[in-house]
Design a binder for this molecule. Structure first.
Ligand SMILES: [Fe+2]
Ligand SMILES: [Fe+2]
Length: 484
């Protein structure tokens, strides 16, 4: 059953274009041109989401939003607004204001349909996705297609997990730019069929279109959580699965704005540090426990590794040892959270009371205690774990260290950690997350400004970003040539 959306806008031409776009993506779109008809439609039918321009008439978009909030509070509503630079700031209905008024998401014109698609997908549960796949009684025919390689992404056939029906089309590769669609969305991928491709046809990789990465990541994260709770599945397999999801997550989120070679290098580093950990039984055990403790935290550690090492690469003094040392510390930086009382570990920092906060602030020390005796954990790794929440202006924890008393590498990890939190918690793409970070002036004093500059350089267009956000110069400290 297709997911139903209600689209409300005065502009009929735009409405029809939107309908065509979303129906190609298997949504079912109902169109109305005014607020009153929107309310009637909502009364008669259930919609997965309402997409509504604030500027509709016969009940304004805001009136309809209020109506929805009081009558159908769980309804997803995506508001479309137009921000006019000449208007007073107070009069403007910015996306932020609309979200405060109860919109699930809001977007300002001009935008592409793709942006809207992203917002809609962000609110689909795995259940929504599974139920929106068209069911087929019989398998669709295999179909040979010519498509450019960079439209596809691959996954090892051994590491492909599927529900009853696949959520998107699956291909195998014949040669460069040539593929065969072996399954259509909605087909059932039985174990026998998988084995047939693997054993009889020697297929090693399955391919799917990059536009379906979101579905893959969402389904696999959901599936990973289930697997994590299963005692019969080995720790190594769980870690591998989380790693796969994280890598596809990276592909999905980082398509735009970041230098591609940096992502590849970051992945390579994370991979080699992972191999290092795997060879050390004690460390690997901690790592597996950590994946068990919280799969999201595992992704978090991986992303912090990626960004910390990307920042270090911008410095002249970087070396392979420095990078690997930092990567190791990143993978383990938050393991101390496992020692916190579960009631505290689950809370957001802003929701903690004073006692809980005090306990939370000990996680760097707890983490260090857990692995301090391991032979791979040298002094720098220890310092980074211990200091990853210390701030350059002295407002951090656990020891309120400031300035040059904090190891440069620790301050790098601190910045990468907070940056990744914006990506994960606020669901922003890296470029957006960078702009958000740079707009938080008070927070910028937590880091040596040279390190912030280096984070900016990780992006494709650093000059543009620097121009808009001039950095506060909180420091004259140039990182040491040699970092211990
Ligand atoms: Fe932490
Ligand atoms: Fe963290």
């Amino acid at each position: 059953m297709a997911l139903k959306i209600l689209i409300v806008d005065k502009d009929e031409e735009w409405l029809f274009a939107a309908k065509e776009y979303f129906e190609n993506l298997l949504y079912q779109a109902t169109l109305v041109t005014n607020g009153k008809d929107a309310q009637v439609a909502l009364y008669n039918e259930k919609f997965f989401a309402v997409v509504m321009n604030v500027k509709v008439e016969r009940h304004s978009g805001i009136q309809v939003l209020k109506f929805i909030k009081s009558n159908y509070p769980s309804q997803n509503v995506i508001m479309i607004t137009e921000v006019n630079e000449d208007d007073d700031e107070e009069d403007q209905l910015t996306p932020d204001k609309l979200k405060k008024m109860g919109a699930t998401e809001a977007i300002a014109k001009p935008f592409e349909f793709d942006d809207l698609k992203g917002l809609l997908e962000g609110h689909q549960s795995v259940g929504d996705m599974v139920s929106s796949v068209p069911r087929r009684k019989e398998l669709g025919p295999e179909e040979e297609v010519s498509v450019e390689d960079d439209k596809f992404t691959s996954v090892k056939i051994d590491e492909f997990y599927s529900s009853q029906a696949v959520l998107f089309d699956i291909f195998i590769k014949l040669k460069s730019n040539r593929y065969v669609k072996i399954l259509h969305a909605g087909d059932v991928f039985s174990k026998e069929r998988l084995d047939k491709y693997k054993n009889e046809k020697d297929v090693e990789y399955l391919y799917f279109e990059r536009k379906d990465l979101f579905k893959y990541v969402k389904f696999n994260s959901f599936f990973a959580k289930k697997v994590i709770g299963n005692k019969n599945v080995g720790g190594g397999k769980k870690v591998k699965m989380l790693q796969n999801v994280t890598e596809k997550f990276l592909e999905q989120t980082f398509e735009e704005g970041m230098k591609p070679q940096i992502i590849d290098q970051g992945k390579e580093i994370a991979e080699s540090v992972y191999d290092l950990i795997k060879e050390n039984d004690d460390l690997f055990q901690v790592f597996k426990d950590y994946a068990d403790f919280d799969p999201n935290a595992f992704t978090h550690a991986y992303l912090v590794t990626l960004f910390s090492t990307s920042i270090i690469k911008q410095f002249e003094w970087q070396s392979r040892t420095t990078i690997e040392c930092t990567a190791l510390a990143c993978m383990f930086h938050d393991i101390g959270k496992m020692k916190l009382d579960p009631s505290i570990a689950q809370l957001k920092v802003e929701d903690m009371n004073d006692d809980q906060l005090l306990e939370y602030k000990r996680h760097p020390e707890y983490g260090l205690e857990m692995i301090a005796n391991n032979s791979l954990i040298n002094n720098s790794v220890k310092q980074i774990i211990l200091q990853h929440h210390e701030h350059f202006d002295g407002t951090g924890f656990p020891f309120n260290k400031r300035g040059s008393k904090i190891l440069t590498l620790s301050n790098i990890v601190c910045l990468a950690d907070n940056f990744v939190h914006i990506i994960q918690d606020e669901q922003q793409k890296p470029v957006e997350a960078l702009k958000t970070l740079l707009s938080r002036r008070a927070q910028l004093t937590w880091y040596n400004s040279i390190i912030v500059e280096c984070l900016i350089k990780v992006f494709v267009d650093p000059k543009k970003i620097m121009k808009v956000h001039d950095l506060p110069s909180n420091s004259r400290v140039v990182p040491n040539k040699k970092v211990s």
